[in-house]
Write a protein that binds this ligand. Structure first.
Ligand code: 5GP
Ligand code: ZN
Length: 112
């Protein structure tokens, strides 16, 4: 499968990792939109939020269980935003489920 984030998981494409375990990987976004911009992905190909089902929900649960720990390790005690773009209207550009952790400054109020 020709998936950029699967290649990052496999190590074929390098990334700046900030957290990794058997189910998930977190790494710095290559084009940061905030002082801290990290992507958290499941180590299983799920195309988007719409691809979540009973066979892969444990990966998503694990992401949510670990986000507070990852955010704390990034120094985001003042708060952060967690975003997942799903589909064309949301401008999803990589078709492997990912959650953006954004922070390190006071973020804009507007989300869309
Ligand atoms: P989306 O637009 O799909 O929600 O987010 C995809 C994100 O992946 C973008 O913020 C983009 O900067 C990031 N990205 C695209 N290619 C790479 C890459 O090769 N390495 C890293 N670390 N991030 C990437
Ligand atoms: Zn993938």
């Amino acid at each position: 499968m020709d998936c950029l984030f699967c290649k990052i998981i496999e190590g074929v494409i390098p990334s700046a990792k900030v957290y990794e375990d058997d189910k998930i990987l977190a790494f710095k976004d290559i084009n940061p939109q905030a002082p801290v911009h990290v992507l958290v992905i499941p180590k299983k190909h799920i195309a988007s939020l719409d691809g979540i089902d009973s066979t892969n929900i444990d990966y998503v649960n694990h992401i949510f269980a670990k986000v507070p720990e990852i955010a704390a390790s990034l120094g985001l005690g003042g708060g952060y935003r967690l975003i997942s773009n799903c589909g064309d209207d949301a401008c999803q550009s990589v078709k492997h489920l990912h959650f953006h952790i954004l922070g390190g400054k006071k973020l804009a109020e507007a989300m869309a």
